[in-house]
Design a protein around this ligand. Structure first.
Ligand code: AHR
Length: 491
């Protein structure tokens, strides 16, 4: 029996809803086919965005969406993606599969997508191959309402009023695909570009600098030292591979060792966030600057027979656990982590949705996002779990991870991941100074490689949890092997 204690009165940081954010790049079938099919498509759509995908995304309340990349961002020239579609430049997407990018999805289409999803747009500007002027003009085009060349151009293109834009990234992975820069050089460039990212007409931009990948602590240190005072957030990218970049494994092919190795790699996120945050603390003890994990998730070898440049992979219960573990980690670090964007939203890497022609399926990861959405904007509360370990002879991981929050109505949401593929876990929970007569739960479970297909779309679905028993001080709950469980205790 595992002991779990939650102290709803011991309130910690607010869990920014943007931790449940997403990322969509011009990569493979994410934007084209996955989201945007064009108005003349036979797939039901509004403004060219497919209705099935939009409706599914609305259900998980996506708060923020990052676009247009990724590595694509530092090759993207926004003026190619505005104006009449037939006049838009066609280019080769050199980074991702060498396919033709016809620019039919550009700034107007992205802003429309965010409007219909009801989420905040997060645009990642081009530093690697762009200019300061190009970025400054993009901000002016989007957010300036008065008379100016860019504002006039926007109006000519059919958008009379400026849009509001809050989140603006200044470069992506500039230590790699975004220019192979050294941090000293990038942080100077950041200072220069950021100067011209202006606030127009009361629009206040939250400027995001390209931060480190993985354990590159020196990048965080130098960036904070050189540009910390001019930024609102710095990014962190960390992907989960089965055994490492050179041994990514396949989404659907795994043995127990691969399964636990993947989870062990995922758990490293906690150490990365802790250590990068500690460096940030030395420059920014007030925690003004956010750590934004704007690329995370599993990265396996592509599904056999698909374009290697499209990064298309299936999604199993193992991915669901990766999502649940990471989201619990972000919740626990919500004093510093104020946005995270899973890579990527549809048809690329750890997607919540997969499409094939007119068909769409929801992945196990989708269900985790739906279950965890109760944490959005709630307050993290103190919790303690007396968990053990599981794994193989060589790979040892905790058997249960969790996080708990209290919402505006005083309800407690607790999310648990049972990493053990063979054994259920019984948890005896004490809710300190909290008496609830209404305690319910949901569960997502299956064997480690359980997944949904276009032929069998509902193999993995969440269901009501029947194993909760109320006790004098809280409740008893049984987590099935390899599961994600949410319990809500109403105030
Ligand atoms: O998400 C796929 C790629 O991973 C992104 O384009 C890049 O930023 C990262 O390396």
């Amino acid at each position: 029996m595992i002991t779990y204690i939650v102290s709803p009165k011991k309130r910690k940081s607010q869990i920014d809803k943007n931790i449940y954010g997403h990322f969509s790049e011009h990569l493979g079938r994410c934007i084209y086919e996955g989201i945007f099919v064009g108005e003349s498509s036979s797939i039901p759509n509004h403004y060219g965005m497919r209705d099935d995908v939009v409706n599914a995304l609305k259900k998980i309340k996506i708060p923020v969406l990052r676009w247009p990349g990724g590595c694509f961002a530092d090759e993207y020239h926004w003026k190619d993606g505005i104006g009449k579609k037939e006049d838009r430049k066609k280019m080769i997407n050199t980074h991702w599969g060498g396919v033709v990018e016809d620019n039919s999805f550009g700034t107007h289409e992205f802003m429309k997508l965010c409007e219909i999803l009801g989420c905040e747009p997060y645009i990642n500007g081009n530093v690697g191959s762009g200019t300061v002027q190009e970025m400054a003009e993009w901000v002016e085009y989007i957010s300036f309402g008065g008379m100016s060349p860019m504002s006039n151009l926007r109006k000519e293109n059919g958008q009379e009023n400026p849009w509001k834009i809050k989140y603006w990234g200044i470069g992506n992975e500039n230590w790699g695909c975004g220019g192979n820069m050294r941090v000293e050089y990038y942080s100077d460039l950041y200072r220069q570009f950021a100067t011209y990212v202006r606030n127009f007409d009361g629009n206040k931009i939250f400027k995001i600098a390209c931060g480190p990948s993985d354990a590159n602590y020196n990048w965080t240190k130098v960036l904070m030292e050189n540009a910390g005072n001019l930024t609102d957030g710095i990014t962190l990218h960390y992907y989960t591979f089965t055994n490492g970049w050179n041994d990514k494994g396949f989404a659907l092919v795994m043995n127990e060792s691969d399964f636990y190795s993947t989870l062990q790699k995922t758990l490293v996120m906690d150490e990365l966030v802790t250590k990068h945050s500690a460096i940030m603390d030395t420059y920014d003890p007030e925690k003004r600057v956010a750590l934004i994990v704007d690329e995370w998730g599993t990265w396996f070898d592509v599904e056999p027979g698909t374009n290697p440049g499209f990064l298309y992979q299936q999604n199993t219960m193992r991915d669901a656990l990766v999502a649940g573990i990471n989201l619990n980690i972000f919740n626990k670090h919500s004093d510093r982590v104020r946005m995270a964007n899973i890579a990527q939203m549809v048809n690329v890497l750890q997607s919540v949705i997969l499409t094939e022609g007119e068909k769409m399926i929801l992945t196990p990861t989708y269900h985790v996002f739906e279950m965890y959405s109760a944490h959005q904007d709630a307050t993290l509360v103190e919790s303690f779990i007396d968990s053990g370990t599981t794994g193989t002879k060589d790979i040892v991981v905790p058997d249960v991870t969790e996080s708990a929050s209290v919402d505006a109505l005083g309800n407690i949401t607790m999310t648990f991941c049972n990493l053990d593929i063979h054994n259920e876990k019984e948890i005896e929970t004490t809710l300190l100074d909290f008496n609830s007569t209404d305690i319910t739960g949901e569960v997502l479970t299956g064997v480690m490689d359980a997944h949904n297909t276009f032929a069998k779309p509902t193999t993995v679905e969440k269901s009501r949890l029947k194993t909760i028993k109320k006790t004098k001080t809280g409740f008893l709950v049984t987590l099935p092997p390899c599961s994600i469980v949410k319990v809500v205790a109403k105030a």
